[in-house]
Design a protein around this ligand. Sequence first.
Ligand code: ATP
Ligand code: MG
Length: 269
Amino acid sequence: MLEKNPTAIISVENVSLAYGAADGPNVLEEIDLKLHEGEFVCLLGPSGCGKSTLLKIIAGLIQPSAGSAVMDGIHITGPEWHRGVVFQQPPLYSWLSTRENVRFGLKMRKIPKAEGLKLADEYLDKVGLLQYAGHKPYELSGGMKQRVAIARALVNSPRVLLMDEPFGALDALTREEMQQLLRNIWRETGCTILFITHDVDEALSLGTRVLVMSRSPGRIIREFTTSFTCGITAESTGQARYSPAFLKLREEILGLINKQKLSSINNLN
Ligand SMILES: Nc1ncnc2c1ncn2[C@@H]1O[C@H](COP(=O)(O)OP(=O)(O)OP(=O)(O)O)[C@@H](O)[C@H]1O
Ligand SMILES: [Mg+2]
């Protein structure tokens, strides 16, 4: 059998980052990370360890102090639509309707209006919000706003979806619904996802690979290949989450993260 050799879409090589003065303390140190085509990578780590910073470097929103971030062999120097970004509090334009929020990026890319509207509606339908196309963001719930943000990122058919705690502010039930929606979208589109979360259960039930970062300065200290997401459907969520293999890995990862937190507390004393 041929050796499987997945293509890396994103390569982060030896990246360090210090905010402010170049000789200031590093927030990220010597990060090496590859995102392969079709992977669903979840990133866990203590608060302040640099997860969002790493995502922003890959998004092209900030530049590393050292090392490089590359997509398809080309240096990432700014944001672009091949990399869709979804944040925890989606910055929707309050004066635009749901449909116009979703169409916004297409408009910037000068996609003809009729085509843009058709695409916006198609993606609103995918996230179950077509009947809210004419509503303004203030008329939507938190979960609905997050759906709009996902549709807005997906409408550009990005090859990579970068998500920073997108479901962090949602109640448990909505969160599970959104996780299932994202799983379906991932299976359907085959896009590559980098997903930041604080929730180990969420990481294990979504990702095909889970990365754990150390406390600041952030480094990637462990990675786990997982496949629970493949067996999870809307009906079977509980069974997969409470399997012995899932619980064992959950314990191990929680142990790792708690160790990071403890070493941080000890350093304060
Ligand atoms: N724009 C900025 N200027 C200066 N320092 C920053 C900036 N953004 C983040 N930091 C600092 O960089 C460190 C890492 O922040 P980051 O937001 O990447 O962490 P995080 O792992 O995403 O945390 P959380 O889990 O709480 O979201 C923190 O110490 C933070 O204060
Ligand atoms: Mg963050």
